[in-house]
Design a protein around this ligand. Structure first.
Ligand SMILES: [Zn+2]
Length: 415
């Protein structure tokens, strides 16, 4: 794989190149969250990388300050499969319906999905008779092709864009769901998107929203896949650099709270709801260094409260298991140092490729959720707390009788 620039310690803002970045929160050195270990792997050294949140007070971008090479963060055996998450499937179907209704796409329009994973999003457009192309560097590309979704197995770079333009022409819709903050070299990325987009085309991105991260203390979304935490002001600046304008934006519930942003070529008006969101961002302190520092202090307090509660339960002889083992939980576990002496295991739905493996850094065994129902430990720590309500309901229905510990934004026990 060819080398990609700007790897390692980030010394300047990823959008505006300001060199004076403000440190906000240090989460320690952490392994790559998807790097689950085999039993044999437990006997080998494990790579970790700095994980720090920093803030640029020139353009307002919150970002991490160390970029791990993408071939390590997204290895060919990358385990995440969109098709496994029902909520995402529903979200993607709704997105395809809506873009069709708004007139952005008609039959025969070309739709390109960046980071298309197993093709779940594109399936919705394909079912409507549109031309679709996915771009996906990991093994998920093979799953997509098997499902009949044309997919280029590569990173989204200049060469990939040239290949799509040559074979298919410009795209009417380009989507990037939960991936637009993942790709390095931000300005080139925005430029590549612009070059692929038709004059009347729309680029739709869905990214975790800094507002939600602030409101719900979702520091567990900070890991090496997420290089930037978007809000509208820095995004507008990034787009302006390459000749794109934000035309609309809305909050959506995906991934614990995301922002869906619509951008088009040329200078265009922003919708009223996007303007309102920008005002709300300002009021919430997203562009205020002091508010960022308060946010960091609250996270450290939340960590202490969670660990104290778990240790109290352990001292009373309770057994505690993890409910779910999402990638993001590995930041929570790594930062709080909750390891296998506190959590006996973490359980995943049958069929999850993580079953039989161990969490990176904290080495908690991942098991089939059947074990939870058989063992009935006194507590489960809801590691997928961002979908906690749905998950707790399902777990109760499946027959679990113990108590649920919600780790964030404030640790609490639910019976
Ligand atoms: Zn900046």
């Amino acid at each position: 794989m060819k080398s990609i620039k700007n790897i390692g310690y980030v010394t300047e803002c990823q959008i505006c190149q300001n060199k004076n970045l403000k440190p906000i929160l240090s989460l320690g050195h952490q392994p790559v969250v998807q790097e689950y270990l085999t039993k044999e792997g437990l006997h080998q050294p494990e790579a970790t990388y700095p994980l720090n949140l920093v803030y640029c007070d020139k353009c307002g971008l919150t970002q991490i300050d160390y970029i791990v090479p993408p071939e390590i963060v997204f290895p060919p055996n990358y385990p995440y499969r969109t098709g496994l998450t029902n909520m995402l499937i529903r979200n993607f179907r709704a997105l395809a319906d809506m873009l069709e209704k708004q007139g952005y796409a008609t039959p025969k329009s070309l739709i390109v999905d960046i980071g298309s994973n197993d093709g779940t999003l594109l399936q919705g457009f394909k079912d409507k008779g549109m031309k679709v192309v996915g771009v996906e560097p990991t093994g998920a590309a093979d799953a997509a092709r098997k499902n009949g979704i044309p997919t280029i197995k590569s990173f989204f770079d200049k060469e990939t864009v040239a290949a799509i333009l040559k074979k298919y022409g410009q795209a009417k819709i380009i989507t990037a769901t939960n991936v637009f903050a993942h790709i390095n070299d931000t300005v080139s990325l925005a430029n590549n998107i612009k070059n692929l987009l038709a004059q009347d085309g729309v680029f739709v991105s869905e990214s975790q929203y800094l507002m939600d991260i602030f409101e719900k203390l979702e520091f567990d979304t900070v890991y090496h896949e997420h290089l930037r935490f978007y809000a509208l002001r820095p995004l507008r600046r990034l787009f302006a650099r390459v000749g794109l304008s934000i035309v609309d934006a809305e909050r959506i519930s995906a991934a614990g709270g995301s922002i869906r942003v619509y951008a088009m070529k040329g200078r265009r008006q922003m919708s009223a709801r996007a303007k309102n969101l920008m005002d709300a961002e300002e009021k919430a302190g997203l562009y205020d260094v002091e508010a960022h520092k308060k946010f960091a202090d609250s996270i450290i307090l939340a960590k202490h409260d969670l660990v104290a509660l778990l240790l109290r339960a352990k001292k009373q002889g309770a057994r505690i298991a993890g409910l779910g083992s999402p990638a993001r939980a590995n930041t929570l576990l790594g930062f709080t140092k909750i390891t296998s002496d506190i959590l006996d295991y973490a359980c995943e739905k049958s069929g999850s490729p993580k079953i039989g493996m161990f969490t990176p850094g904290t080495h908690i065994p991942v098991v089939d959720e059947d074990k939870l129902l058989k063992d009935q430990p006194e507590y489960v720590l809801v590691l997928s707390w961002h979908i906690g309500t749905e998950l707790i309901k399902k777990t109760k229905e499946a027959g679990y009788k113990g108590k649920f510990i919600m780790p964030l934004p404030v640790v609490r026990i639910i019976k």
